[in-house]
Write a protein that binds this ligand. Structure first.
Ligand SMILES: Cc1cc2nc3c(=O)[nH]c(=O)nc-3n(C[C@H](O)[C@H](O)[C@H](O)COP(=O)(O)OP(=O)(O)OC[C@H]3O[C@@H](n4cnc5c(N)ncnc54)[C@H](O)[C@@H]3O)c2cc1C
Length: 461
């Protein structure tokens, strides 16, 4: 079986390796670096920068631990250098995985000719035609930059440029208080930039639990980040000195740089979808069935290109499932439990539905919660802010969970498994959790669903 994959982000590269492991002859076409958005300008670079900010914050608080570290400063250029080195090492790692699994990598731009044929404008100027049994489209997404924002890549930038700035801006307006806006806003603020976040919705992280978003908002404000919710940008002027912005509520803001983080859109430009007969929705996302096959038999699509959450772990999972299906398996149900993570400090992580969604859907539910403040491990590491909140349905099945606090993104794995497997709070609560660890907060929140948390400070006295 011959398979051609267009795009080597997490969706495309994991699909390619899985298909090769299952015995297919695989060619991947990539126009830039392997690893896609996630590895080159997304997940890995942002989290590498945030790791530096974490070290800076911890160093600044060293005295709390009886450790003295008098001259803590950060150097953006060196932080970016570390990120670039780390990314290029991981890029080489994927190239090595391709080689060792016998995946053929072609550098260039791929375009569909028909259900079996892909034409490649190779980076070396040569043209190549590939005929295969199945094709996987995994060309990802690009930042949304409406014209009114005057994007120029210098004063008005997206996350792509923000991750490679060489000098620290004195001030920054961040448009969009979603995951990327909050993460990068907090990063630049911690390094010394005066940051203002403008968010259209009533809360930052609009998809997340209200109380969790409020706690993060309090922290951002504590760090002197100005956050304007229920507001929007109506006019942008780019001048020599920086950017001047008018807001919906009349306020004017000025800053050296404006970071646009208002979302991403699927990228299918030049793929020839219409000519081949591949259906897309009104937002340009390719329509797929449960097996991830498009409206054209034999052509599959995954990741940011389709109508599922724009997340690397979703793209990877879809890539693996698409590869298996292309090779004759019949796998469905990819999206049972999708973890959502925000790497701010404190971190935010959630799976399943929020309390508000449960109310809107008329679900009979119960909540269990536990504050990190009451936990030995949180006190030890001096990260006591935040809580675990678990939502169960009337049968005690865990249908949602939100965590704000230390290592929330790692802690979420247990609750993602619970939602995926349909576990009850009682069953998961019976599991012994190691002491002293942050995971005990989950156990206590599970017990709290039934009013049996031993260590929760009770208000009934
Ligand atoms: C700043 C930022 C932070 C993020 N942080 C996280 C995070 O912490 N966790 C998380 O889960 N997700 C995160 N994401 C989202 C994540 O990066 C994406 O969901 C993921 O990369 C999507 O994978 P993909 O394979 O669908 O597409 P992509 O990773 O976008 O890869 C698509 C690839 O296709 C190539 N390509 C496009 N067209 C062609 C063509 N015609 N021919 C050849 N090659 C082509 C592109 O060059 C690219 O390499 C973040 C995104 C950003 C921007």
């Amino acid at each position: 079986m011959k398979i051609t994959v267009i795009g080597a982000g997490p969706g495309g590269y994991e699909a390619a390796i899985m298909a090769a492991k299952l015995g297919a002859e695989v060619t991947v076409i990539e126009k830039k670096e392997v690893g896609g958005t996630c590895l080159n300008i997304g997940c890995i670079p942002t989290k590498t920068l945030l790791a530096s900010a974490d070290v800076l914050t911890t160093s600044a608080e060293a005295e709390k631990f009886g450790v003295f570290n008098d001259h803590t400063t950060a150097n953006l250029e060196q932080i970016i250098e570390r990120k670039d080195k780390l990314v290029s090492g991981l890029v080489k790692g994927i190239e090595f995985l391709f080689e060792s699994n016998g995946v053929n990598l072609v550098r260039g731009v791929g375009k569909l000719i028909d259900a079996k044929t892909v034409e490649v404008a190779r980076s070396d100027g040569e043209a190549l035609t590939l005929v295969s049994d199945k094709i996987l489209l995994a060309t990802g997404s690009v930042p949304i930059c409406p014209e009114m924002f005057c994007y120029d890549g210098e004063k008005v930038i997206t996350s792509t440029e923000a991750l490679s700035l060489k000098t620290l801006p004195k001030s920054m307006i961040v448009v969009g208080g979603g995951v990327i806006g909050c993460e990068l806003g907090q990063f630049f603020s911690r390094l010394g930039t005066k940051v203002t976040i403008v968010e259209m919705a009533d809360q930052i992280l609009s998809a997340e639990d209200e109380s969790v978003a409020k706690q993060l908002l309090r922290q951002l404000k504590r760090e002197k980040i100005k956050v304007l919710t229920a507001n929007g940008v109506t006019d942008v002027k780019v001048q020599d000195s920086g950017v001047s912005v008018t807001l919906k509520k009349g306020e004017r803001l000025e800053a050296e740089i404006m970071l646009l983080s208002i979302g991403r859109s699927s990228f299918s430009k030049g793929l020839n979808l219409e000519e081949v007969g591949i259906k897309v929705d009104s937002r340009g996302r390719i329509e797929v069935d449960e097996s991830l096959e498009t409206s054209v038999k034999g052509i599959y699509a995954v990741g940011d290109l389709i109508n599922t959450p724009y997340l690397a772990h979703v793209a990877s999972k879809e890539g693996i499932i698409a590869a298996e299906n292309m090779l004759g398996k019949n796998k469905t149900g990819v999206h049972k439990a999708i973890p959502r993570c925000v790497y701010t400090d404190p971190q935010v992580a959630a799976v399943g539905i929020t309390e508000k969604e449960a109310q809107q859907r008329g679900i009979v539910y119960k909540v269990g919660s536990f504050d990190f403040r009451s936990l030995g491990k949180a006190q030890i590491i001096a990260k006591i802010q935040g809580q675990v909140k678990i939502i169960v349905d009337e049968k005690d099945v865990i249908i949602g969970a939100s965590i704000i606090g230390p290592e929330a993104t790692d802690l979420l794995a247990e609750l993602t498994m619970a939602v995926h497997l349909g576990l009850t709070a009682e069953v998961l609560g019976e599991v012994i959790h190691p002491h002293p660890t942050l995971s005990e907060a989950i156990m206590e929140a599970l017990h709290d669903v039934h009013g049996k948390s031993i260590n929760k400070v009770s208000t009934r006295f």
